[in-house]
Design a protein around this ligand. Structure first.
Ligand SMILES: O=C(O)CCC(=O)C(=O)O
Ligand SMILES: [Mn+2]
Length: 218
């Protein structure tokens, strides 16, 4: 296994472990999830119009890990045995990373996972940061890829116009961990990619318990 750790501007970092899962296991998990997950195609609002997201997705986690997204509160599906097992392995891999992080990340506990299924190279994910308030400041995001390799781009926020973008290839069975301030100063995305095969990505996250929402209903 190869581990590539890179520090980004302003205290961000990522670690790419590739391969991380043995090939046969990654392929078996890809097939099990492709067939066994209740995939949805959610709508998103963009410039006042509604579109179907260009990929399928699903959300699993602890009962309390609700997630508010484009005004919708999503309640997670309960952990299935393969997802619970994968979560445990992702947590140990994160705990072993030779990267200095504040206390929570030294014993990472992920209570939810977002799954995305890119049926072909025509499916994609636009540039964004995993910066929802439920994730708290400086979230640790652990991303497992299965199936066909795909280009993944991390680029600095617009104000850092001279800092370079990083382009990675996330292979089936790889683990990418993003930490530090990455979600504050960078955006990431999965551009359309002609000829790319089907791929499933799982991002493990820690959703903070939600208090009453300030300003709710106004
Ligand atoms: O598919 C990927 O590699 C990225 C997924 C992602 O950025 C997300 O779920 O927020
Ligand atoms: Mn993301």
């Amino acid at each position: 296994m190869r581990t590539r750790i890179e520090h980004l501007i302003e205290g961000g970092w990522f670690a790419l472990l590739d391969p991380w899962l043995p090939r046969a296991e990654a392929d078996a998990l890809f097939e099990a999830l492709r067939a066994g997950v209740a995939w949805r195609q959610d709508k998103i609002k963009l410039f006042g119009s509604e579109f179907l997201q260009p990929r399928l997705s699903a959300w699993y986690g602890d009962p309390g890990a609700a997630y508010t997204y484009s005004g919708l509160t999503l309640t997670p599906e309960p952990w299935s045995p393969p997802l619970a097992e994968l979560r445990a392995r992702v947590e140990s891999a994160c705990a072993e990373l030779p990267v200095a992080e504040p206390p929570r990340a030294s014993r990472p506990a992920f209570n939810s996972v977002l799954l995305n299924y890119y049926r072909s190279g025509a499916d994609s994910m636009g540039f964004h940061a995993d910066a929802e308030k439920e994730l708290g400041p400086n979230p640790l995001i652990a991303s497992v890829s299965l199936g066909a390799p795909r280009r993944f781009v991390i680029k600095p926020a617009r104000k850092w116009k001279d800092a370079p973008a990083v382009e990675l290839e996330l292979g089936g069975g790889s683990l990418l961990v993003m930490g530090g301030t990455t979600q504050h100063h960078h955006r990431h995305g999965v551009p359309r990619q002609r000829g790319a095969g089907p791929r499933i990505n799982l991002t493990f996250r820690h959703i903070l318990a939600q208090g009453p929402r300030a300003g709710a209903g106004t």
